[in-house]
Design a protein around this ligand. Structure first.
Ligand code: KG4
Ligand code: ZN
Length: 340
């Protein structure tokens, strides 16, 4: 296991990625070809366009991952691929490529869960990540809390009832005309704003589930006027808040919910560590607030560096290696699954 080379492949959304990881934790190469520029003019990911771009990129991206690592496919011990959840057409391209490579080179294949891979990303920098822990995955497609007992063993404690956190960031940026993807833009703008300037709804029902549609609608009304977006003519809008203040107030409301529910789950489960993953884990305010809260509660906090927060294949190869080590291999019957 220590010297096992794993080729990881990731195509679940709008990044075509491949990586080679040794022993489950040592990243030898990490190639990510993002499609952000292609989707920017649409203000979001267009599945058909994503699939075409994955199909064009997957061969060169895999070749580059092997070349950067200085290894030949022959030397690879196992191939890991994200098989769920994600855009079905996009997943199918990665899964088909992985199967073709596995069949052609006679290698075992492991289907990996994208969400579990986001949590595994922490082990690429902290191989000693303790279990059990409470995991928070916050990305463009998912927002959920887990009780994790191992790299591939996650019991879901709660999830979003509507938008994912990243989706809310992206939609709010769109409402405010800031651009795409919205998360980094709001993050940057919020640094110059007052998070207490604009009142935001905070619905904490004491449970582990999240809901972000209320804050998103609040931003819409503050920015475009009450009832905007309902097909009705908005009531005369009060003066708009400063965009920096609105961005900061929205971000603070989202971060409040993420931090308080994670800390509560950690206390209820009696764990000593919290692991965060996914694109929204790049958010500077979330990192700061989660850090303070975990410190105050005596919890160790693990958040990956930015390059392992957003979609990448190193996390897929890492988790695939761990699963291979546990005998949790797939067959060439492996199928892509859009939702789990
Ligand atoms: O994990 P990821 O790369 O893809 C999915 O699996 O969805 O996450 C992408 C999401 C986008 O919604 C993006 O706006 C958000 O992560 N994001 C951020 C930040 N950087 C990326 N959200 C808030 N603050 C950031 N700094
Ligand atoms: Zn992701």
């Amino acid at each position: 296991m220590k010297d096992l080379l794993c080729l990881g492949i990731e195509t679940s959304c709008d990044e075509t990625a491949a990586a080679v990881v040794r022993g489950g934790v040592e990243v030898l190469s990490n190639v990510v070809r993002t499609q952000v520029e292609i989707h920017r003019i649409f203000g979001g990911v267009v599945p058909e366009i994503a699939c075409r771009a994955h199909a064009e990129a997957i061969g060169p991206v895999v070749d580059k991952a092997l070349a950067d690592a200085g290894v030949k496919l022959d030397a690879v011990g196992v191939i890991a691929v994200t098989s769920q959840p994600g855009l079905i057409g996009a997943l199918l391209i990665g899964v088909s490529a992985a199967k073709a490579l596995a069949l052609g080179a006679g290698k075992p294949i492991v289907g990996v869960d994208h969400i579990a891979a986001h949590l595994y990303a922490n082990r690429l920098v902290h191989p000693d990540l303790p279990y059990p822990n409470v995991g928070l995955v916050v990305s463009g497609g998912h927002t959920a809390l887990y009780h994790s007992t191992g790299p591939a063993d996650h019991e879901k404690l709660g999830a979003t009832r509507d938008d994912a956190a990243g989706e809310a960031f992206d939609k709010v940026a769109k409402i405010m005309g800031l651009g795409y993807p919205g998360g980094p833009l709001i993050d940057r703008m919020a640094r110059d704003g007052n998070a207490k300037a604009v009142a935001m709804p905070r619905l904490d029902d004491g449970g582990p589930d999240f809901s972000f549609s209320g804050v998103k609608t609040a931003v819409l009304y503050k920015w475009k006027g009450q009832n905007a977006g309902k097909g009705k003519r908005p009531k005369a809008a009060p003066p708009r808040p400063k965009p920096e203040d609105l961005a900061a107030s929205f971000q603070e409301a989202v971060v409040d919910a993420l931090v308080s529910k994670t800390l509560r789950a950690a206390a209820e489960r009696g764990v000593k560590a919290v692991a965060v993953g996914g694109g929204v884990a790049c958010n500077s305010r979330l990192r700061e607030r989660m850090g303070e809260a975990c410190h105050a509660a005596g919890l160790r906090l693990y958040v990956p560096p930015v390059m392992y927060c957003t979609d990448n294949a190193a996390m897929v190869a890492g988790l695939g290696s761990a699963m291979f080590g546990m005998g949790r291999v797939s067959t060439l019957e492996l199928d892509a699954v859009a939702t789990v």
